[in-house]
Design a protein around this ligand. Structure first.
Ligand SMILES: O=C(O)CCC(=O)C(=O)O
Ligand SMILES: [Fe+2]
Length: 272
């Protein structure tokens, strides 16, 4: 079955207050957010043959992440153009907390296709290497997995990121099947759906009952109805709601040099 694809290609420049908003929830053109070194938004004005910059009336320091989060409410993900440092600056302003996926590792990770021998134990690369990953949520082994995962690609990649959003109703077996999270001395039992959020990673979750096995088959089957996100333009950013969307990297066997940056967050509950 062909994978429907989209990309954030086609930057259209910064949106100024009052201008129409271009959708970036997956199918429209991507937008660019810009800021000067101090994070203040500027826009170029052409007058009398010259160009000058003028501050935009409303500060948009947190605009990129806020808008991506807001747009992700429809499909569970949203895309645009932006830099990782801008994502981090916006997150700080929004009082989001960066979450390292691996204990002791920095919150920002560069994801590269790895052979199993070079990969961290219990990681997807340890099992799947550079091949296609199974659908998963990030940080499923953590007591409190991240709410939001942001991926950026400074260059381009021919390996898509695959996305699958949960339907409005979650099957009973997903809600009740019991898994053991295998995380060394911090192992614990859980379900793949708890308190309104999905948690699933076949790399670290062992099915313990018939309903959990059914859940594994359900998410394997979901891999046939994913949307592929293509990294066609340098500087694309993809925000994934890790509470309701599973994602995966397609096979990167052909692209061992691929590099994606990832940073994950707990959102500020009061604001989000
Ligand atoms: O590289 C990608 O497109 C996603 C990778 C990923 O989801 C992961 O390594 O957890
Ligand atoms: Fe992931």
């Amino acid at each position: 079955m062909p994978v429907p694809e989209f990309s954030g290609a086609g930057p259209v420049g910064p949106r100024l207050p009052g201008e129409p908003r271009h959708g970036s929830s997956g199918h429209g053109p991507a937008r660019t957010w810009s800021g000067d070194a101090a994070g203040e938004c500027v826009r170029s004005l052409s007058a009398g043959g010259g160009t000058r910059t003028a501050p935009v009336e409303h500060c948009c320091m947190t605009r990129m992440l806020e808008e991506l989060l807001s747009e992700s409410r429809t499909t569970g993900w949203a895309t645009g153009q932006g830099r990782l440092d801008q994502v981090q600056l916006d997150a700080t302003m929004l009082k989001w907390t960066a979450v390292p996926i691996r204990r002791g590792a920095p919150a920002v990770a560069t994801l590269r296709p790895q052979d199993p021998a070079d990969a961290a134990p219990n990681s997807l690369s340890a099992r799947y290497g550079k091949g296609a990953q199974p659908l998963h949520t990030d940080g499923a082994h953590l007591p409190k997995p991240p709410d939001i995962v942001v991926l950026t690609c400074e260059t381009t990649s021919t390996t898509p990121t695959l996305l699958w959003a949960q339907a409005t109703t979650t099957p009973g077996f997903v809600r009740h099947g019991v898994f053991l999270i295998s995380s060394g001395s911090d192992s614990f039992f859980t379900t793949a759906y708890d308190q309104g959020r999905l948690r699933y990673d076949p790399g670290c979750m062992l099915p313990c009952d018939a309903r959990a096995h059914q859940t594994v088959r359900f998410f394997e089957e979901a891999a046939t109805s994913v949307t592929g996100y293509r990294w066609n333009e340098p500087g694309q950013v993809l925000l994934i709601d890790n509470r309701r969307v599973l994602h995966a990297r397609a096979s990167a066997d052909h692209e061992p040099q691929r590099e994606i940056q990832r940073v994950s967050f707990h959102v500020n509950r009061e604001a989000s």
